[in-house]
Write a protein that binds this ligand. Structure first.
Ligand code: GUN
Length: 310
């Protein structure tokens, strides 16, 4: 392996430590901690884990944290009622509804119901629009912020660089493309209908994989020396797929054989690491930063609410 590992756990830990100090200073000035509240609808196991991470990280950084858990059968009206109550609660600076939602609840209706000033996910049309327009003062989605934090920590040059983003979701692909564009990269958004994806990806100095397809990006997609950022978090249970995607990672493969499941990204790590200059692991890459930057957004919202400087 030639690539340097971009260690998301280490960077997230450092960011969270800084936020704990900042949250204490906020509390001293405002007389209350910054508050983050989350609504979780249903029993999606991955969502339950992610929400647990958010709650724990918030508490550890000295934030007030609450999770409202609703059954998978909850109606859209019930979810909107809970959102309205949270929106009116002055102790809540940042709030979010964990995705995905059960099919009877429209995620767009949910996103529009969260006041933009508390929308620390940055999913409200106002915040999405502000990002597109390059206006300051909105919230930028946390996973794209995490991608940028990893690139910046490693001082990977972006100005004039060829960046390829694989995936066009509103949560990751589109906003990360916008952030790279703001930093003067030449940005291509590729997706499931892109012709010759391998050739498009091979142009990239910075390759961001956010398609939600395990192992989509193979070694031959990676330009030698490129920075490869893997946003995918996919649970696999198929033995043949694990033997393929975990090739070159004997300890992880051994663990798969024992447990019958593994988390893998959208990138074939072993193959890509042989060509890349930098690469994120999964788990331990972008994921931990999403949580840390959610807290940063929440503190930013709290300071705005209290009229304290950023
Ligand atoms: N589900 C997966 N990622 C996210 C996220 O960043 N925010 C919310 N609300 N749900 C998610």
């Amino acid at each position: 392996m030639s690539a340097k590992i971009l260690d998301g756990n280490a960077l997230a830990k450092a960011i969270r430590a800084g936020l704990a100090r900042d949250a204490a200073a906020f509390q001293a000035a405002a007389g209350r901690p910054p508050g983050l509240s989350v609504i979780l609808v249903g029993e999606d196991p991955a969502s339950a884990v992610y929400v647990g991470h958010k709650e724990k990280a918030a508490r550890e950084a000295g934030f007030a944290s609450a999770v409202v858990r609703l059954p998978a059968t909850a109606s859209e009206a019930e979810v909107l009622d809970r959102i309205a109550a949270m929106a009116a609660d002055r102790a809540v600076d940042g709030m979010l509804v964990q995705l995905p939602l059960p099919k009877q609840v429209d995620p767009l209706a949910v996103q529009r119901a969260i006041p933009p000033a508390k929308d620390v996910d940055g999913f409200h049309p106002v915040n999405a629009g502000m990002l597109l327009l390059g206006q300051k003062g909105g919230f930028v989605p946390c996973t794209p912020l995490g991608v940028m934090a990893l690139l910046d920590e490693a001082e990977i040059p972006l100005k004039g660089a060829e960046a390829v983003v694989v995936g066009r979701s509103t949560i990751v692909g589109k906003p990360v493309a916008q952030l790279l564009l703001d930093r003067h990269a030449t940005v291509t958004i590729a997706h499931s209908r892109t012709r010759d994806l391998a050739a498009v990806c091979r142009r990239a100095d910075v390759l961001v994989a956010a398609a939600g397809v395990p192992g989509l990006v193979r070694g031959a997609f990676v330009k030698p020396g490129a920075a490869v950022i893997d946003v995918g978090i996919n649970r696999i249970t198929d033995a043949a797929q694990a033997e393929d995607l975990l090739a070159g990672q004997p300890e992880r493969l051994e663990k798969f054989r024992k447990n019958g499941h593994a988390l893998v990204g959208d990138v074939h790590f072993g193959e890509a690491a042989a060509a890349a200059g930098w690469i994120t692991p999964v788990p331990g890459g972008v994921g931990p930063l999403t949580v840390a930057l959610l807290l940063r957004n929440t503190l930013e919202g709290a300071r705005r609410t209290e009229g304290l400087p950023a």
